[in-house]
Write a protein that binds this ligand. Structure first.
Ligand code: HEM
Length: 162
């Protein structure tokens, strides 16, 4: 099942993939690292989005962003290697799993939404940094961000059942 041609076949035949399939503890430990990573990433993003949506208006948005951004980056540094390790254990199964493909597409959409936010309306943050309602664009992007990341988590959890 794991052999076969191409990148997926190679990935599934590596020693790491074999260890992920045969070791009693490696896969669960790697999954815990994955969970810790997205708790940091989505937790940091959600706190920033809730501030943009109007919670804790006295808290300067830019200061909160400077505090949370490194934590979300740290989360990604845990999520991606752990995710790839779990993927390597059953690459053909995950690559042909529609929920997994949806999850990756939603992650890409959330990344594009964040990029558009930071290169767009966030450049005007000085005008709505504290005690002001954020522009409608910023609030809509914060809502989209929350919805996308919650759906990514749902897809991730549902993987075990599909
Ligand atoms: C970037 C944001 C990501 C989030 C928020 C996320 C979230 C999740 C969640 C909630 C689970 C279920 C964990 C559980 O219930 O035990 C999961 C599982 C999984 N994730 Fe991710 N994930 C992310 C990125 C990735 C990436 C980039 C990959 C690989 C390329 C990946 C591969 C996997 C795999 C293979 C599983 C299945 C584990 C299993 O059930 O056996 N994830 N993810």
């Amino acid at each position: 099942m794991q052999e076969g041609a191409g990148l997926l076949g190679w990935l599934g035949s590596t020693a790491l993939a074999d260890a992920m399939r045969t070791s009693l503890w490696l896969y669960p430990i790697v999954e815990i690292v994955h969970i810790a990573g997205f708790t940091l990433l989505v937790g940091a993003i959600a706190m920033f989005d809730l501030r943009v949506l109007g919670w804790s208006r006295s808290l300067p948005v830019d200061q909160l962003g400077r505090f949370l951004l490194p934590w979300s980056a740290a989360g990604l540094l845990l999520i991606v290697p752990a995710g790839l390790m779990m993927f390597s254990a059953h690459p053909h199964d995950f690559a042909s799993n529609r929920v997994f493909l949806l999850k990756l597409s939603l992650i890409a959409a959330a990344g594009i939404n964040a990029l558009l936010f930071h290169t767009g309306v966030y450049r005007t943050v000085a005008a709505w940094n504290a005690e002001r309602t954020a522009p409608m664009t910023a609030r809509l992007q914060a809502l989209a961000s929350l919805a996308l990341w919650i759906t990514v988590i749902c897809c991730g959890r549902l993987l075990a059942y599909t």
